[in-house]
Design a protein around this ligand. Structure first.
Ligand SMILES: Cc1ncc(COP(=O)(O)O)c(C=O)c1O
Length: 394
């Protein structure tokens, strides 16, 4: 048995606590969808109806269910979260050569749509407590580089308009939205919530989406609820909702037979088959949230008292869906731990490589990003599938 003082010994003691939480089966993947007979029946019924593509009653039913879940009045089901983000940027008026403030600690799908619009990401730092955009650092950064003019907020260094702020609810943890909303108002920025990972999370009792102009969800295969692939765009404003719905359905004018399109639109509507699967899964969200909270508690108990290791906990008032639990370790331990876990069939994952390190985003404007670098160097995502709590339960 290696000593707990050596790196090998520390890796082994973390792994042994992980084994104590996880079932014996191998491999254990990071996040696994559960497909039940009810899901199969829902998809079969959709197939039997003949409405399998991006028109049909299943899409509207899913949109209605998402409105009920989030408390937001308008929802558009899309082919994925990335396309929903693209529509959100268009919906708030982001234009080519604008800048959009965005965290660097996120999945690349947050940032790519900014370039689809011909705009530039402008990276800002995250905070340790919520892993989301740090409002105090952002405020100080804007004071240094930005000014509000009659037609919006401008970057004094690049001369470009800063049109919007995208906030990400990282790993399901709600960011500090009231503070970020106040900043967006003060600097005349549109606000978009990327809640791709945060379905079912709550901040002060409200679902993500109550602060931004638009909010995005993802139903990718690794998310808490899956449509196979899919996403959604939610908002409060009826006129904005109408516009993105039109643009997302190829900008086709309503007509019983004629095909007329009044602008360049996008084929971004979710197909009915995916909507049927998604809505069937959505009914199990409360069960999944409870199972994931139990799993998080087990990890917390297992890692308590282990020096140099910390399971990230949501701050008070920030209720996470615990999409993926985050373990923070000493920087030098992250990669040996990843390698050792993978060798024995347990899938752990580092954070996404911070976006400003990717070749296509290296030269974009940014604040200093010390917390982003630190969280990336220390963070490991642990397996988070709801079914992992079945171990030892009746
Ligand atoms: C934070 C974040 N933003 C955006 C996306 C993009 O969603 P999708 O994969 O459905 O396009 C994802 C996930 O996949 C994500 O995790």
């Amino acid at each position: 048995m290696p000593s707990e003082k050596t790196p090998e010994g520390r890796v082994e003691s973390i792994l042994s606590r992980l084994r104590g939480v996880l079932p014996a089966q191998r491999p254990i993947v990071l996040h696994e969808p559960e497909i039940t007979d009810t899901d199969r029946r829902a998809v079969d019924a959709c197939l039997a109806s003949g409405w399998i593509s991006s028109i049909g009653p299943e899409i509207g039913r899913l949109e209605q269910a998402l409105c009920e879940l989030t408390g937001l009045p308008h929802a558009l089901a899309t082919v994925n979260g990335t396309s929903a983000l693209h529509l959100a940027l268009i919906g708030v008026g982001v234009r080519p050569d604008d800048e959009v403030l965005t965290p660097a600690l996120t999945f690349v799908g947050t940032v790519n749509p900014i370039r689809y619009q011909g705009a530039w990401p402008h990276f800002v730092d995250c905070e340790e407590a919520t892993l989301g955009v740090d409002p105090e650092r952002l405020s100080a950064h804007l004071e240094r580089v930005a000014e509000v003019r009659s037609h919006g907020c401008f970057n004094r260094l690049t001369g470009r308009r800063i049109a919007a702020l995208v906030v990400v609810h990282v790993l399901g943890l709600p960011a500090r939205m009231p503070e970020l909303e106040a900043l967006a108002r003060r600097w005349r920025l549109a606000l978009i919530e990327d809640a791709a990972e945060a379905l079912g999370s709550r901040l002060a009792g409200r679902h993500p989406g109550h602060w931004g102009d638009f909010t995005v969800l993802s139903f990718n295969g690794n998310k808490i609820i899956s449509a196979g692939g899919g996403g959604a765009l939610l908002c409060r404003d009826p006129e904005r909702a109408r516009r993105v719905r039109h643009l997302g359905t190829t900008a086709r004018r309503r007509h019983d037979w004629a095909f007329e399109h009044d602008t360049v639109g996008y084929n971004y509507r979710m197909p009915s088959l995916n909507a049927a699967l998604c809505r069937s899964q959505l009914a199990r969200l409360p069960r999944y949230l409870a199972a994931k909270a139990r799993l998080h508690q087990r990890y917390a108990t297992a890692f308590a008292g282990l020096p140099g290791v910390r399971l990230h906990q949501p701050p008070p008032g920030h209720q996470s869906n615990h999409w993926l639990p985050l373990l923070q370790v000493e920087p030098g331990l992250r990669d040996p731990l990843l390698a050792a876990a993978h060798t024995e069939g347990i899938q752990l994952r580092p954070f996404w490589t911070p976006i400003h390190h990717l070749p296509m985003y290296r030269d974009c404007p940014r604040d200093e990003l010390p917390m982003t670098e630190s969280v990336f160097a220390r963070g490991l995502c642990l397996p988070g599938s709801p079914k992992l709590t079945e171990r030892g339960e009746a």
